[in-house]
Design a protein around this ligand. Structure first.
Ligand code: 6PG
Length: 245
């Protein structure tokens, strides 16, 4: 059963997310001697990454045992302002003692299909299975209900044979060419954590959580045997009818 937690504001969402990540890292390193986390792009998770890098949180994570991946990337070089890697690197990875070899970025500078194949190889090498089983997948949601780079109507939503694919999608003024995990690769995770803030997403969040199943890619995210948690702020939750606030 998905857990939906409504918090007063974006800062509280970032703090709750950072606390959840610290707890999951502890549990995973105790159980499996490593913690594998797929990061989200876009703007919403940046505050969480900065908090994790802060004095208050950074010392609570065993960074040499943390392996960082991405749920999706824009097909741009890693130093491009639109790069999801660049955002996470600036806010978190360059601030904490994570070994360079533990940062498994999607190579957005490659040709999209080559980047997808490259990343499928990276995942297979790390997990030693065709399908990754992340300890945690962090996701955001667009106001069109997309998540990672899984957009409404995209063929990627029906992809069941590949953990990573390349897609082309137009969303706001962001790069159209992208590489993304597929729904099945996300749904294999031990835990999936959505971070959603802002009134602009309220109508879509209501439709995704309380509306009929189907049109929104975020509705395809339901871990096979893992936990699904939504951390949302009051503004994004403002149209929820049934969900506790
Ligand atoms: C990306 C993201 C994407 C993002 C949503 C929400 O590469 O853009 O992975 O899925 O999570 O677009 O973006 P915001 O957090 O900026 O609203």
């Amino acid at each position: 059963m998905p857990e939906i937690i409504v918090l007063p504001n974006p800062g509280a969402v970032a703090r709750a997310a950072a606390e959840r990540i610290v707890t999951l890292a502890d549990e995973a390193t105790a159980a499996r001697r490593r913690f594998s986390m797929a990061l989200a792009g876009g703007g919403t998770p940046e505050a969480t990454y900065s908090l994790l890098a802060s004095d208050e949180f950074a010392a609570r994570v065993d960074w040499p045992r943390v392996h960082v991946f991405w749920g999706d990337e824009r097909c741009v070089p890693p130093d491009d302002p639109e790069s999801n890697f660049r955002m996470a690197d600036a806010a978190l990875l360059s601030q904490v003692p994570i070994p360079v070899g533990n940062v498994h970025r999607m190579r957005g500078e490659l040709e999209p299909q080559a980047a997808a194949a490259d990343y499928a190889g990276e995942l297979c090498a790390f997990f030693a299975t065709p399908w990754p089983r992340f300890d945690l997948v962090l996701l955001g949601m667009g106001d069109d209900g997309h998540t990672a780079s899984l957009f409404p109507g995209s063929a990627a939503l029906r992809e069941t044979g590949q953990p990573v694919v390349s897609v082309t999608a137009h969303y706001q003024d962001r790069p159209a060419c992208r590489v993304t995990l597929t729904p099945r690769a996300i749904n294999e995770a031990h835990e999936v954590l959505f971070l959603v803030t802002g009134v602009a997403k309220a109508e879509t969040l209501r439709a995704v959580l309380e509306g009929p199943k189907g049109p929104y890619p975020a509705q395809q995210i339901h871990p096979t045997s893992g936990q699904l948690t939504w951390l949302v702020d009051a503004a994004a939750a403002s149209q929820l009818a049934r969900t506790p606030r």
